[in-house]
Design a protein around this ligand. Structure first.
Ligand SMILES: [Zn+2]
Length: 340
């Protein structure tokens, strides 16, 4: 373990059996919670006064990394995660030769406070809220890339207790790792070999087929398509994919960001009218920093996955890594598109 002034920070440990890494982060146990099962609503109200993400409580989230302001007031902030699983202040070291392989908990772990408004959720965001959000994510994606020890960027949002959120105030997280998780390196290899064989990006071909298939398309604009994937793992799972050969937020210009906000706003409006305040995970997938160059756009496509947590996963999914989904994507699409 890596210690800073006597505190255990974190470390990655490699499992020879699964060839997967696990990040051990004991500090995460200390993080505050205002979401707790059935008491979610009650605790949310009680804790509101103490919420460190509110306007006027900035002293509880020190060392701000960046903010978007309007009329002298902040609209969106990025701060270091106080209960971080990773730290950029420790050396990036590994012991590859040891039987028990490990890597120090080097990396970035940041919180994006999406709005100063404690009660505003993503389905209530207007266009400006979303522009602020994606602009600040883009800025962080660009700046973290400057540290060439970082190979992988993970941007995600856990909404609601069933999705793993501990705070009800709307926020996302950014993590940057010194290596690619196995799932990602396998995916990159697969996408590269697909491109070598077909001279096309795998996700471009999948989107092309989904558009021809029609049944799973919820909406599209000139730059993005929104659909429920043919083999969705979760009920009402949705995906937003770039149609413009963009592989990362880093490459987005103003009109790309604007089109992304439009389709995200449209999706969450449908999400709320269809599902209500359901927990979900949102994963914003960008091409990894590792080996990122002008060729990355050939095989990797920027996309956002939204996975509602309506039904619980159990032993079968854990053991087989195969999900059971009770809602067909064509049914989910139809319900999303119904006028209410
Ligand atoms: Zn709050």
């Amino acid at each position: 373990m890596v210690y800073i002034t006597g505190v255990i920070v974190s470390e990655f440990r490699y499992c020879k059996l699964t060839r997967e890494w696990t990040l051990f982060a004991p500090e995460r146990l200390k993080r505050p919670k205002d979401l707790d099962n059935k008491r979610e609503k009650y605790l949310g109200e009680i804790i509101h006064e103490k919420c460190p993400f509110d306007m006027g409580k900035e002293e509880f989230t020190p060392n701000e990394i960046t903010r978007v302001s309007q009329d002298g007031k902040w609209k969106c902030r990025v701060v270091p995660n106080l209960y971080n699983a990773l730290s950029v202040d420790i050396p990036s070291v590994s012991n590859k030769d040891s039987y028990f392989e490990k890597h120090s908990g080097f990396g970035a772990h940041e919180v994006v406070i999406e709005t100063p408004n404690h009660d505003k959720q993503i389905w209530e965001y207007d266009y400006n809220d979303l522009i602020n959000y994606f602009t600040i994510l883009q800025e962080r994606a660009i700046n973290l890339k400057k540290d060439d020890r970082l190979e992988y960027l993970s941007i995600f949002k856990n909404q609601g207790e069933a999705a793993g959120a501990s705070m009800s105030h709307s926020h996302s997280q950014i993590m940057a790792l010194p290596f690619l998780p196995k799932k990602i390196s396998d995916e990159i290899e697969y996408k590269k070999s697909y491109f070598e064989k077909h001279q096309r990006a795998l996700l471009d071909d999948l989107v092309y087929e989904e558009i021809n298939h029609e049944k799973n398309i919820i909406a599209q604009n000139s730059e993005f398509v929104l659909y429920c994937p043919y083999a969705s793992q979760f009920a009402f799972e949705a995906k937003i994919v770039s149609k413009k050969r963009l592989s990362s937020l880093i490459e987005f210009n103003k009109s790309d960001l604007s089109a992304l906000c439009d389709i995200t706003k449209e999706y969450f409006s449908k999400f709320y009218t269809t599902l209500g305040e359901v927990s979900f995970n949102m994963i914003i997938n960008n091409a990894p920093y590792k080996e990122y160059n002008y060729k990355t756009r050939d095989y990797y496509r920027f996309n956002i996955e939204i996975k509602p947590r309506i039904f619980k996963q159990a032993g079968f999914e854990q053991g087989s890594n195969m999900n059971i989904n009770v809602i067909l994507p064509e049914t989910a699409t139809k319900i999303y598109k119904e006028d209410r």
